[in-house]
Design a protein around this ligand. Structure first.
Ligand code: THU
Length: 133
């Protein structure tokens, strides 16, 4: 996970966060590949995209489906805490992913999609991101 944390920390450098000043970086591993993301804000605040979703959607848009690990990094005293929308997207594409939430001072905590989003929404009988299509 060290490599993924490093990639998330680097990705944070590109964060576009002039409104909140809260810069977030994320990295996901799928197979042998790593996809990174940062938060991208907008003057119309609701259009903001979180770092985790940028990284996951980059991966999915290139044909990946099953996220095996995700790292998300912020600065500040606490580690990164994915928002509710990101938790739902993590559940869709990485239900069994290792998740590390960190900060730039080197603190990190590990969690799972299940811990982040218990009692999650999903269609009956459908296992998210189990491979295939
Ligand atoms: N943000 C993320 O990038 N990921 C999260 O999970 C939480 C929030 C971003 C969105 C916005 O640019 C800034 O943090 C403040 O909410």
């Amino acid at each position: 996970m060290e490599e993924l944390i490093r990639r998330a920390t680097e990705a944070r450098e590109a964060a576009y966060a002039p409104y909140s000043g809260y810069r977030v970086g994320a990295a996901v591993r799928v197979g042998g590949r790593v996809y990174t993301g940062c938060n991208v804000e907008n003057a119309s605040y609701g259009l903001t995209e979180c770092a985790e979703r940028v990284a996951i959607f980059k991966a999915v848009s290139e044909g990946a489906r099953v996220v095996e690990a995700l790292a998300v990094v912020v600065d500040g005293p606490d580690v990164a805490r994915p928002c509710g929308a990101c938790r739902q997207v993590i559940w869709e594409f990485g239900p069994r992913a290792r998740i590390v939430m960190g900060n730039v001072d080197g603190r990190h905590e590990e969690s799972t999609a299940e811990e982040l989003l218990p009692h999650s929404f999903g269609f009956d009988g459908f296992r998210p991101a189990s491979g295939g299509d």
